[in-house]
Design a protein around this ligand. Structure first.
Ligand code: FAD
Length: 432
């Protein structure tokens, strides 16, 4: 296999002046200086939004990567064996894909959320489950650390995570605290020099393989949302264990675990952000995560369209390709339209964040709400278009459906996303 070339922004930049300045699009509103500074808090220092050419180049690189590394066989085997192909982590690192939103001086690409969505889409097109583990590592864990880690924490953990030599996860959910995550029962009790964590976490992506886990625990159990803190927990710490790997209907190979914390000591220096400020990290993280995660269903929808369009033009019944029937054309047209509409919403939301530095909670929730439900519909259509071949595991259609469904549940369910959007309007119209 040829050596993978690391993607750097310099490679994608057109020749010309070294410094590129953002040209606001005709619809962009010019922002007061105070608001402009906002994007630096969600982006690496000196961030410049990527150009369309840079994003196109990155997409080409991601496609070239998936063609070579995440082949159809790798995707099918990952699903069948329900085991993550761990050799892929350092290859993702070598390609530059594990630190897309991270400072360039620490080894990241410093390219922002549109770029991360592009790579997430292409990886998910090749394999939904590898895409899920990828996004949890590179966005949910790495980007939290990038945004909230101290210089020492970043220096210690980011190089390994970006290189793919260590694996990251984030643990907020518990068996009794899913949608109502603030009701979590895991505690972190202050002791001499740090905290003792006790409790358990459920459904943690990459949990069985992770070296570093961002863990949310109650530092003031009586203070509700104001008493939760995020900690960096190394899996090698005494008292930490993965009780079991969960056997899932889809996203097989993206290893999901139940994690146990039995008097796990973490030094004070392992607090991520500020003590009792964990809910802010969690909620802001969820907004950003929803943008990048919404590229997961985009990739799955594209994969469903790829399979359905090719099959329906090859498969002949009644003497002609089935795609020459209007009912089949209608299904393909619906799949294509849903994909394009979802894609437009996701990338518009990511572009808004990259170029204006503003997180629009309703659009972060809206992009993934819309894309996830359309992906389930498109993968069902794909199965129907393939007839009997859609129902057997020789073709990827059933895997696409099983993988797509997760996006209506993980990172907040469809119902919770609708609630989040509704609450924004309740605030906006409070005095109407
Ligand atoms: C494969 C997978 C990977 C995951 N990875 C991670 C991870 O890496 N880290 C992590 O912390 N968590 C992870 N999760 C957990 C995920 O975030 C939760 O499953 C999700 O938030 C839903 O919580 P729950 O499963 O407890 O469902 P519940 O909260 O019990 O919800 C059950 C049903 O009730 C509905 N419901 C609940 N409350 C309301 C309400 N107020 N109004 C209307 N309907 C409501 C829900 O929408 C849902 O349909 C993962 C889950 C899965 C399945």
């Amino acid at each position: 296999m040829p050596c993978l070339q690391t993607f750097t922004r310099a490679l994608a930049r057109p020749a010309g002046p070294a410094m590129r300045h953002l040209q606001p699009s005709s619809t962009a509103v010019s922002l007061p200086s105070i608001q402009r500074q906002l994007y630096s808090s969600k982006h690496p220092k000196g961030f410049e939004p990527p150009t369309a050419e840079e994003l196109e180049e990155l997409r080409d690189r991601a496609q070239e990567f998936t063609r070579r590394v995440i082949t159809k066989e790798v995707a099918a085997n990952t699903d069948k064996s329900d085991a993550f192909p761990n050799e892929i982590w350092p290859k993702l690192g070598e390609a530059g894909f594990l630190g897309i939103t991270v400072d360039e001086d620490i080894g990241g690409l410093g390219m922002g959320y549109q770029a991360h969505s592009v790579v997430m889409e292409e990886i998910s097109r090749a394999s939904g489950s590898i895409g899920l583990s990828y996004a949890v590592h590179s966005q949910v864990c790495v980007n939290q650390l990038q945004l909230n880690g101290s210089p020492e924490q970043k220096k210690k953990h980011l190089p390994g995570l970006i290189a793919g030599t260590s694996i990251g996860a984030l643990a907020m959910s518990e068996s009794g605290a899913g949608s109502d995550v603030v009701s979590m029962r895991t505690t972190a009790k202050a002791v001499n020099g740090g905290y003792l964590i006790n409790g358990s976490k459920m459904w943690i992506t990459n949990g069985p393989d992770a070296d570093l886990i961002i863990v949310f625990a109650k530092t003031r159990p009586d203070a509700g949302s104001k008493g939760i803190t995020a900690f960096l927990v190394e899996a090698k710490t005494e008292g930490f264990s993965c009780a079991r790997k969960l056997d899932k209907m889809g996203m097989r190979g993206s290893n999901t675990g139940e994690l146990m914390f039995d008097n796990v000591f973490v030094p004070t220096g392992h607090v991520l952000g500020m003590v009792n400020d964990g809910v802010r990290l969690l909620m802001e993280g969820l907004d950003l995560e929803r943008i990048v995660f919404s590229a997961g269903p985009l990739g799955i929808m594209q994969a469903a369209f790829d399979v359905a369009a090719a099959y329906s033009h090859q498969r002949k019944q009644f003497g002609q390709p089935i795609a020459h029937n209007q009912l089949i054309q209608g299904k393909l047209a619906d799949m294509y339209t849903k994909l394009q509409a979802s894609r437009a919403y996701t990338y518009a939301t990511a572009k808004h964040l990259d170029e204006q530095g503003v997180i629009r909670t309703q659009d972060c929730a809206g992009s993934i709400l819309y894309a996830a439900e359309r992906a389930t519909e498109c993968s069902l259509d794909c199965i129907q278009l393939l007839g009997g071949m859609g129902y057997v595991e020789e073709m990827p259609a059933s895997r696409l459906l099983r993988d797509a469904k997760l996006y209506e549940i993980g990172a907040g369910t469809s119902e919770i996303r609708r609630m989040v959007i509704g609450r924004v309007f309740n605030k906006e119209y409070a005095n109407a």
